[in-house]
Design a protein around this ligand. Structure first.
Ligand SMILES: C[S@@+](CC[C@H](N)C(=O)[O-])C[C@H]1O[C@@H](n2cnc3c(N)ncnc32)[C@H](O)[C@@H]1O
Length: 394
Protein backbone atom coordinates (compact mmCIF):
# COMPACT_ATOMS: atom_id res chain seq x y z
CA UNK A 1 0.00 0.00 0.00
CA UNK A 2 1.46 3.35 -1.01
CA UNK A 3 1.12 6.56 0.98
CA UNK A 4 -1.46 8.05 -1.38
CA UNK A 5 -3.73 5.03 -1.08
CA UNK A 6 -3.40 5.00 2.71
CA UNK A 7 -4.19 8.71 2.95
CA UNK A 8 -7.25 8.14 0.76
CA UNK A 9 -8.41 5.43 3.17
CA UNK A 10 -8.54 8.10 5.89
CA UNK A 11 -10.93 10.30 3.87
CA UNK A 12 -14.72 9.99 4.22
CA UNK A 13 -15.09 7.81 1.06
CA UNK A 14 -12.13 5.70 2.24
CA UNK A 15 -13.73 5.16 5.65
CA UNK A 16 -17.00 4.20 3.94
CA UNK A 17 -15.12 1.66 1.81
CA UNK A 18 -13.48 0.25 4.95
CA UNK A 19 -16.94 -0.16 6.48
CA UNK A 20 -18.20 -1.96 3.36
CA UNK A 21 -15.07 -4.13 3.25
CA UNK A 22 -15.58 -5.12 6.91
CA UNK A 23 -19.18 -6.11 6.14
CA UNK A 24 -18.14 -8.09 3.06
CA UNK A 25 -15.38 -9.81 5.06
CA UNK A 26 -17.87 -10.81 7.77
CA UNK A 27 -20.60 -11.81 5.25
CA UNK A 28 -18.17 -14.13 3.48
CA UNK A 29 -16.57 -15.54 6.66
CA UNK A 30 -13.20 -14.00 5.84
CA UNK A 31 -13.02 -15.62 2.38
CA UNK A 32 -10.76 -13.11 0.59
CA UNK A 33 -11.88 -13.96 -2.96
CA UNK A 34 -15.62 -13.63 -2.31
CA UNK A 35 -15.13 -10.55 -0.11
CA UNK A 36 -12.96 -8.96 -2.82
CA UNK A 37 -15.59 -9.36 -5.52
CA UNK A 38 -18.20 -7.82 -3.21
CA UNK A 39 -15.93 -4.83 -2.50
CA UNK A 40 -15.00 -4.42 -6.15
CA UNK A 41 -18.70 -3.96 -6.98
CA UNK A 42 -18.57 -0.76 -4.85
CA UNK A 43 -15.02 0.42 -5.56
CA UNK A 44 -13.74 0.01 -9.10
CA UNK A 45 -10.21 1.16 -8.19
CA UNK A 46 -8.43 -2.16 -7.64
CA UNK A 47 -5.71 -0.67 -5.43
CA UNK A 48 -8.15 1.05 -3.08
CA UNK A 49 -10.38 -2.01 -2.89
CA UNK A 50 -7.39 -4.23 -2.11
CA UNK A 51 -6.07 -1.76 0.50
CA UNK A 52 -9.45 -1.66 2.29
CA UNK A 53 -9.77 -5.43 2.33
CA UNK A 54 -6.20 -5.88 3.49
CA UNK A 55 -6.83 -3.48 6.37
CA UNK A 56 -9.92 -5.41 7.37
CA UNK A 57 -8.11 -8.74 7.39
CA UNK A 58 -5.12 -7.25 9.25
CA UNK A 59 -7.46 -5.75 11.84
CA UNK A 60 -8.93 -9.19 12.47
CA UNK A 61 -5.44 -10.65 12.76
CA UNK A 62 -4.31 -7.70 14.90
CA UNK A 63 -6.82 -8.50 17.65
CA UNK A 64 -4.47 -11.24 18.92
CA UNK A 65 -1.76 -8.63 19.51
CA UNK A 66 -3.71 -5.46 20.25
CA UNK A 67 -7.03 -6.69 21.62
CA UNK A 68 -10.40 -5.39 20.43
CA UNK A 69 -9.00 -1.94 19.61
CA UNK A 70 -7.24 -3.48 16.62
CA UNK A 71 -10.46 -3.11 14.63
CA UNK A 72 -10.01 0.67 14.70
CA UNK A 73 -6.30 0.55 13.84
CA UNK A 74 -4.27 0.40 10.63
CA UNK A 75 -1.43 -1.96 9.78
CA UNK A 76 0.78 -3.35 7.06
CA UNK A 77 1.41 -7.10 7.12
CA UNK A 78 5.11 -6.74 8.02
CA UNK A 79 4.55 -3.95 10.53
CA UNK A 80 1.88 -5.97 12.33
CA UNK A 81 4.27 -8.88 12.50
CA UNK A 82 7.03 -6.67 13.95
CA UNK A 83 4.83 -4.72 16.37
CA UNK A 84 5.15 -5.21 20.12
CA UNK A 85 2.06 -6.90 21.58
CA UNK A 86 -0.13 -4.68 23.72
CA UNK A 87 0.51 -6.30 27.11
CA UNK A 88 4.27 -6.22 26.64
CA UNK A 89 4.29 -2.63 25.32
CA UNK A 90 2.04 -1.57 28.22
CA UNK A 91 4.44 -3.05 30.76
CA UNK A 92 7.39 -1.25 29.17
CA UNK A 93 5.50 2.04 29.02
CA UNK A 94 4.36 1.87 32.63
CA UNK A 95 7.86 1.03 33.79
CA UNK A 96 9.12 4.04 31.86
CA UNK A 97 6.31 6.27 33.15
CA UNK A 98 7.32 5.42 36.73
CA UNK A 99 10.65 7.10 35.97
CA UNK A 100 8.67 10.19 34.82
CA UNK A 101 10.89 11.31 31.94
CA UNK A 102 10.24 14.71 30.36
CA UNK A 103 9.53 12.91 27.06
CA UNK A 104 10.30 9.77 25.09
CA UNK A 105 11.27 9.55 21.44
CA UNK A 106 10.50 6.27 19.65
CA UNK A 107 13.30 5.84 17.10
CA UNK A 108 11.71 3.60 14.49
CA UNK A 109 8.11 3.77 15.67
CA UNK A 110 6.65 1.85 12.71
CA UNK A 111 2.84 1.72 13.01
CA UNK A 112 3.08 2.67 16.69
CA UNK A 113 2.92 -0.55 18.73
CA UNK A 114 5.11 1.02 21.41
CA UNK A 115 4.30 4.65 20.68
CA UNK A 116 0.62 4.05 21.46
CA UNK A 117 1.51 2.45 24.80
CA UNK A 118 3.80 5.38 25.70
CA UNK A 119 1.06 7.88 24.90
CA UNK A 120 -1.50 5.87 26.83
CA UNK A 121 0.80 5.73 29.86
CA UNK A 122 0.69 9.53 29.91
CA UNK A 123 4.18 10.04 28.51
CA UNK A 124 4.93 12.91 26.15
CA UNK A 125 5.84 10.79 23.16
CA UNK A 126 7.18 11.38 19.67
CA UNK A 127 7.77 8.76 17.00
CA UNK A 128 10.03 8.84 13.97
CA UNK A 129 10.47 6.31 11.23
CA UNK A 130 12.20 6.21 7.85
CA UNK A 131 9.11 4.76 6.21
CA UNK A 132 6.50 7.45 5.35
CA UNK A 133 3.64 4.92 5.15
CA UNK A 134 4.40 3.59 8.64
CA UNK A 135 4.63 7.14 10.01
CA UNK A 136 1.25 7.98 8.47
CA UNK A 137 -0.19 4.80 9.97
CA UNK A 138 1.27 5.57 13.42
CA UNK A 139 -0.29 9.02 13.25
CA UNK A 140 -3.66 7.58 12.20
CA UNK A 141 -3.49 4.96 14.96
CA UNK A 142 -2.87 7.59 17.64
CA UNK A 143 -5.79 9.60 16.26
CA UNK A 144 -8.09 6.57 16.01
CA UNK A 145 -7.40 5.76 19.67
CA UNK A 146 -7.77 9.39 20.76
CA UNK A 147 -4.16 9.63 21.96
CA UNK A 148 -1.73 12.54 21.73
CA UNK A 149 1.77 12.20 20.22
CA UNK A 150 3.96 13.63 17.49
CA UNK A 151 5.16 11.66 14.47
CA UNK A 152 7.71 12.48 11.82
CA UNK A 153 9.51 10.87 8.89
CA UNK A 154 13.19 11.01 9.86
CA UNK A 155 16.38 9.00 10.04
CA UNK A 156 16.83 8.16 13.71
CA UNK A 157 20.60 7.92 13.32
CA UNK A 158 20.94 11.60 12.38
CA UNK A 159 18.33 13.01 14.76
CA UNK A 160 19.34 15.38 17.57
CA UNK A 161 18.26 13.47 20.67
CA UNK A 162 19.16 16.24 23.14
CA UNK A 163 15.58 17.56 23.51
CA UNK A 164 14.22 14.17 24.61
CA UNK A 165 14.29 12.72 28.12
CA UNK A 166 14.54 9.07 27.01
CA UNK A 167 15.26 7.38 23.68
CA UNK A 168 13.47 4.14 22.81
CA UNK A 169 14.45 1.94 19.86
CA UNK A 170 13.23 -1.37 18.53
CA UNK A 171 15.64 -2.02 15.66
CA UNK A 172 14.29 -4.05 12.74
CA UNK A 173 15.82 -7.51 12.84
CA UNK A 174 14.90 -8.46 9.33
CA UNK A 175 16.98 -7.82 6.26
CA UNK A 176 15.98 -8.41 2.62
CA UNK A 177 17.08 -12.03 3.17
CA UNK A 178 14.85 -12.61 6.21
CA UNK A 179 15.46 -12.56 9.94
CA UNK A 180 18.99 -11.59 10.89
CA UNK A 181 20.83 -12.69 14.03
CA UNK A 182 23.80 -10.41 13.40
CA UNK A 183 23.33 -7.27 15.50
CA UNK A 184 25.37 -5.25 13.01
CA UNK A 185 22.73 -5.99 10.35
CA UNK A 186 19.88 -4.59 12.45
CA UNK A 187 18.41 -1.28 11.30
CA UNK A 188 19.41 0.92 13.00
CA UNK A 189 22.53 -1.19 13.78
CA UNK A 190 24.14 -2.16 17.09
CA UNK A 191 26.57 0.78 16.95
CA UNK A 192 23.50 3.06 17.20
CA UNK A 193 22.23 1.10 20.22
CA UNK A 194 25.61 1.55 21.90
CA UNK A 195 25.40 5.27 21.26
CA UNK A 196 21.93 5.43 22.83
CA UNK A 197 23.24 3.55 25.86
CA UNK A 198 25.47 6.47 26.76
CA UNK A 199 22.28 8.11 28.06
CA UNK A 200 18.85 7.08 29.32
CA UNK A 201 17.59 4.59 26.75
CA UNK A 202 15.34 1.59 26.35
CA UNK A 203 16.09 -0.80 23.49
CA UNK A 204 14.01 -3.80 22.56
CA UNK A 205 16.16 -6.64 21.25
CA UNK A 206 15.87 -10.31 20.32
CA UNK A 207 15.36 -12.53 23.39
CA UNK A 208 18.31 -14.66 22.28
CA UNK A 209 20.74 -11.77 22.70
CA UNK A 210 23.98 -13.08 24.25
CA UNK A 211 24.58 -11.86 27.81
CA UNK A 212 27.98 -10.48 26.85
CA UNK A 213 26.25 -7.87 24.67
CA UNK A 214 24.57 -6.48 27.79
CA UNK A 215 27.20 -3.94 28.85
CA UNK A 216 28.07 -3.40 32.52
CA UNK A 217 25.63 -0.91 34.01
CA UNK A 218 22.93 -1.82 31.45
CA UNK A 219 19.97 -3.89 32.64
CA UNK A 220 18.83 -6.82 30.52
CA UNK A 221 15.16 -7.63 31.01
CA UNK A 222 13.68 -10.77 29.45
CA UNK A 223 9.91 -10.68 29.04
CA UNK A 224 7.42 -13.49 28.49
CA UNK A 225 3.71 -13.17 27.84
CA UNK A 226 1.41 -16.07 28.61
CA UNK A 227 4.40 -18.41 29.00
CA UNK A 228 5.99 -17.49 25.65
CA UNK A 229 9.28 -15.60 25.63
CA UNK A 230 8.75 -12.44 23.61
CA UNK A 231 11.72 -10.11 23.86
CA UNK A 232 14.65 -8.76 25.78
CA UNK A 233 14.92 -5.09 26.66
CA UNK A 234 18.06 -3.17 27.51
CA UNK A 235 17.60 -0.35 30.02
CA UNK A 236 20.50 2.07 30.29
CA UNK A 237 21.61 5.00 32.40
CA UNK A 238 19.31 5.81 35.32
CA UNK A 239 16.68 3.40 33.94
CA UNK A 240 18.79 0.34 34.79
CA UNK A 241 17.68 -0.98 38.19
CA UNK A 242 19.31 -4.44 38.17
CA UNK A 243 21.77 -6.38 36.03
CA UNK A 244 19.31 -9.08 34.89
CA UNK A 245 15.56 -9.22 35.26
CA UNK A 246 12.87 -11.69 34.20
CA UNK A 247 9.36 -10.34 33.82
CA UNK A 248 6.47 -12.72 33.30
CA UNK A 249 3.14 -11.38 32.15
CA UNK A 250 -0.02 -13.44 32.41
CA UNK A 251 -3.75 -13.12 32.77
CA UNK A 252 -3.27 -12.73 36.53
CA UNK A 253 -0.91 -9.75 36.12
CA UNK A 254 2.82 -9.31 36.06
CA UNK A 255 5.75 -10.46 38.19
CA UNK A 256 9.43 -9.64 38.03
CA UNK A 257 12.60 -11.09 39.60
CA UNK A 258 16.17 -9.87 39.29
CA UNK A 259 19.70 -10.99 40.05
CA UNK A 260 19.27 -9.19 43.37
CA UNK A 261 16.65 -11.78 44.36
CA UNK A 262 19.18 -14.51 43.63
CA UNK A 263 21.34 -15.52 46.60
CA UNK A 264 23.41 -17.66 44.23
CA UNK A 265 24.60 -14.82 41.95
CA UNK A 266 28.34 -15.41 41.60
CA UNK A 267 28.12 -18.58 43.74
CA UNK A 268 28.02 -22.28 42.80
CA UNK A 269 24.58 -23.39 41.62
CA UNK A 270 22.63 -25.30 44.29
CA UNK A 271 21.92 -28.94 43.34
CA UNK A 272 19.35 -30.99 45.31
CA UNK A 273 18.22 -34.59 45.34
CA UNK A 274 14.86 -35.19 43.74
CA UNK A 275 12.16 -33.93 46.10
CA UNK A 276 8.41 -34.35 45.93
CA UNK A 277 7.98 -31.32 43.65
CA UNK A 278 9.41 -30.15 40.35
CA UNK A 279 9.43 -26.62 38.98
CA UNK A 280 9.79 -25.80 35.28
CA UNK A 281 11.07 -22.22 35.05
CA UNK A 282 9.55 -19.79 32.58
CA UNK A 283 11.72 -19.16 29.51
CA UNK A 284 12.20 -15.50 30.52
CA UNK A 285 13.71 -16.76 33.81
CA UNK A 286 15.96 -19.20 31.96
CA UNK A 287 17.19 -16.59 29.46
CA UNK A 288 17.78 -14.09 32.24
CA UNK A 289 19.95 -16.69 34.00
CA UNK A 290 17.71 -16.61 37.07
CA UNK A 291 16.82 -20.30 37.49
CA UNK A 292 18.74 -20.31 40.79
CA UNK A 293 16.59 -17.40 42.01
CA UNK A 294 13.54 -19.60 41.42
CA UNK A 295 15.30 -22.46 43.26
CA UNK A 296 15.88 -20.17 46.23
CA UNK A 297 12.26 -19.01 46.11
CA UNK A 298 10.94 -22.57 46.48
CA UNK A 299 13.54 -23.64 49.09
CA UNK A 300 15.01 -26.03 46.57
CA UNK A 301 17.83 -26.62 44.14
CA UNK A 302 18.54 -27.74 40.59
CA UNK A 303 18.05 -31.39 39.70
CA UNK A 304 21.21 -31.10 37.65
CA UNK A 305 23.64 -28.21 37.63
CA UNK A 306 23.29 -27.71 33.87
CA UNK A 307 19.56 -28.30 33.38
CA UNK A 308 16.70 -25.91 34.12
CA UNK A 309 14.61 -28.17 36.37
CA UNK A 310 14.20 -27.09 39.96
CA UNK A 311 13.21 -29.54 42.69
CA UNK A 312 12.04 -29.03 46.25
CA UNK A 313 10.48 -30.98 49.09
CA UNK A 314 7.86 -28.22 49.41
CA UNK A 315 4.91 -27.27 47.23
CA UNK A 316 4.81 -23.67 46.02
CA UNK A 317 2.94 -21.73 43.41
CA UNK A 318 5.17 -19.23 41.68
CA UNK A 319 4.59 -17.06 38.60
CA UNK A 320 8.15 -17.86 37.52
CA UNK A 321 7.72 -21.61 37.01
CA UNK A 322 5.14 -24.32 36.43
CA UNK A 323 4.80 -26.53 39.48
CA UNK A 324 4.42 -30.31 39.44
CA UNK A 325 4.02 -32.99 42.07
CA UNK A 326 6.33 -35.94 41.44
CA UNK A 327 4.20 -39.09 41.41
CA UNK A 328 6.81 -41.77 40.76
CA UNK A 329 9.94 -42.63 38.88
CA UNK A 330 9.56 -45.01 35.93
CA UNK A 331 12.20 -46.70 33.76
CA UNK A 332 14.02 -44.36 31.40
CA UNK A 333 14.76 -47.06 28.83
CA UNK A 334 12.05 -47.32 26.22
CA UNK A 335 11.10 -50.95 26.73
CA UNK A 336 10.62 -50.55 30.47
CA UNK A 337 8.90 -47.22 30.00
CA UNK A 338 6.43 -48.69 27.52
CA UNK A 339 5.60 -51.50 29.96
CA UNK A 340 5.19 -49.06 32.87
CA UNK A 341 2.81 -46.85 30.88
CA UNK A 342 0.82 -49.89 29.71
CA UNK A 343 0.47 -51.08 33.28
CA UNK A 344 -0.92 -47.68 34.26
CA UNK A 345 -3.33 -47.55 31.28
CA UNK A 346 -1.82 -44.31 29.96
CA UNK A 347 -3.34 -43.47 26.57
CA UNK A 348 -2.58 -39.74 26.52
CA UNK A 349 0.92 -38.64 27.45
CA UNK A 350 2.42 -35.14 27.68
CA UNK A 351 6.20 -35.45 27.39
CA UNK A 352 8.57 -32.79 28.72
CA UNK A 353 12.20 -33.14 27.77
CA UNK A 354 15.21 -31.21 28.97
CA UNK A 355 18.83 -32.18 28.60
CA UNK A 356 18.01 -35.38 26.67
CA UNK A 357 18.04 -36.04 22.96
CA UNK A 358 14.43 -37.20 22.60
CA UNK A 359 11.79 -35.95 20.15
CA UNK A 360 8.49 -36.19 22.09
CA UNK A 361 6.28 -36.82 19.02
CA UNK A 362 8.53 -39.66 17.82
CA UNK A 363 8.80 -41.23 21.27
CA UNK A 364 5.02 -41.01 21.77
CA UNK A 365 4.51 -42.90 18.52
CA UNK A 366 7.03 -45.59 19.49
CA UNK A 367 5.42 -46.06 22.91
CA UNK A 368 2.13 -47.11 21.21
CA UNK A 369 0.08 -45.87 24.17
CA UNK A 370 -3.13 -47.56 25.13
CA UNK A 371 -5.57 -46.81 27.94
CA UNK A 372 -8.03 -44.30 29.37
CA UNK A 373 -5.60 -42.46 31.62
CA UNK A 374 -3.54 -39.39 30.84
CA UNK A 375 -0.15 -38.57 32.35
CA UNK A 376 2.76 -36.14 32.19
CA UNK A 377 6.23 -37.60 31.75
CA UNK A 378 9.45 -35.69 32.45
CA UNK A 379 12.54 -37.00 30.71
CA UNK A 380 15.74 -35.43 31.88
CA UNK A 381 19.30 -36.11 32.88
CA UNK A 382 20.62 -36.04 36.43
CA UNK A 383 24.40 -36.25 36.85
CA UNK A 384 24.71 -37.79 33.39
CA UNK A 385 21.96 -40.40 33.88
CA UNK A 386 18.68 -40.37 31.93
CA UNK A 387 15.69 -40.30 34.32
CA UNK A 388 11.95 -40.58 33.71
CA UNK A 389 9.41 -39.17 36.15
CA UNK A 390 5.64 -39.20 36.13
CA UNK A 391 4.38 -35.88 37.46
CA UNK A 392 1.11 -34.00 37.75
CA UNK A 393 0.63 -30.24 37.47
CA UNK A 394 -0.16 -28.58 40.80
C1 LIG B 1 10.75 -3.49 14.53
S1 LIG B 1 10.09 -2.05 13.83
C2 LIG B 1 9.46 -1.18 15.23
C3 LIG B 1 8.14 -1.73 15.70
C4 LIG B 1 7.48 -0.89 16.75
N1 LIG B 1 8.22 -0.86 17.99
C5 LIG B 1 6.06 -1.39 17.04
O1 LIG B 1 5.82 -1.97 18.10
O2 LIG B 1 5.20 -1.20 16.18
C6 LIG B 1 11.52 -1.14 13.41
C7 LIG B 1 11.24 0.13 12.65
O3 LIG B 1 12.46 0.88 12.55
C8 LIG B 1 12.43 1.61 11.36
N2 LIG B 1 13.80 2.05 11.06
C9 LIG B 1 14.87 1.31 10.70
N3 LIG B 1 15.96 2.11 10.56
C10 LIG B 1 15.56 3.36 10.87
C11 LIG B 1 16.23 4.61 10.93
N4 LIG B 1 17.53 4.73 10.64
N5 LIG B 1 15.53 5.70 11.27
C12 LIG B 1 14.20 5.60 11.54
N6 LIG B 1 13.52 4.45 11.51
C13 LIG B 1 14.19 3.33 11.18
C14 LIG B 1 11.83 0.64 10.37
O4 LIG B 1 11.28 1.34 9.24
C15 LIG B 1 10.78 -0.06 11.23
O5 LIG B 1 9.52 0.53 11.06
Amino acid sequence: MDLETFEWLLTAPGQELLRIAAEAYADHDGDPVRAASAVRRTEPDAERAAAALTQVSLRVKGVAKFGPEAVQMYFTPDALEQATRLRVATHRASRLAAYAPSSVVDLGCSIGGDLIAFARAGLTAAGVDLDPVRVAIARANLAALGLPGATMVADATTLDLAPFGVAFADPARRSGRGRTFNVDDWTPPWSFVERLQQGASVVKVAPGIPHDLVAPGVEGEWVSDDGALKEAVLWSGPLATAARRATVIGDGGLASITDEDDPYTGAPRPVSDLGGYLYEPDDAVIRAGLVTAVAAGVDGGLLDEHIAWVTSTSAFRTPFARSYRVLEEVPYREKGLRAALRERGVGVLAIKTRGVDVVPEQLRRRLSLKGDNSATLVLTRIAGQGRALLVEPL
